[in-house]
Design a protein around this ligand. Structure first.
Ligand code: T46
Length: 131
């Protein structure tokens, strides 16, 4: 349903640095990067799956929780480590919650933004993954 990618931390006495490189630690051609920050208290985001999109989600500051659902099983993951990427393939329902005030998520994707790639109805999602 997902894979954890260990991102090597570089840097020395001055602090830490992680670099994201396509087809190296990010297992696809990178087409888009976006980040989510300043999510209001109590808000849950997501509530969709993607038809084709693959993404790696990295929580670079603070913490949040992501629920992933492949239509058969669900799993909850706490994101609180900038050196871990969560690779999420297509056709996985996600809901992201419990954002800390300082939470920043960086998301690296294999495609440009396409609103038609979203499956926003849970019943439609179940039909697609269970057929
Ligand atoms: C995902 C989770 C982790 C754009 O214009 N371009 C973009 O690249 C994206 C991602 C969004 N938008 C617009 C569409 C909406 O008007 O930004 C607004 C908020 O997007 P959305 O409601 O989709 O945000 P989330 O946090 O529910 O979901 C996003 C991604 O869409 C989704 O792929 O997995 O972050």
């Amino acid at each position: 349903m997902y894979k954890i990618i260990d991102l090597e931390v570089k840097g020395g006495d001055s602090g830490s640095l992680i670099s994201l490189e396509q087809n190296k630690n990010i297992p696809f051609d990178i087409k888009r990067v976006y980040y989510i920050f300043d999510t209001k208290l109590g808000v849950t985001r997501g509530f969709h799956a993607h038809k084709k999109l693959k993404q790696v989600i990295i929580c670079v500051s603070g913490s949040c929780e992501i629920m992933l659902d492949n239509g058969f099983d669900k799993v909850n993951i706490i994101l609180n480590d900038p050196s871990k990427g969560i690779l999420i393939e297509s056709k996985i329902w996600r809901e992201i919650s419990n954002f800390s005030k300082d939470c920043v998520i960086v998301v690296v994707t294999d495609a440009l933004y396409d609103k038609d790639d979203y499956i926003r109805n849970y019943e439609d999602f179940l039909k697609i993954v269970r057929r």
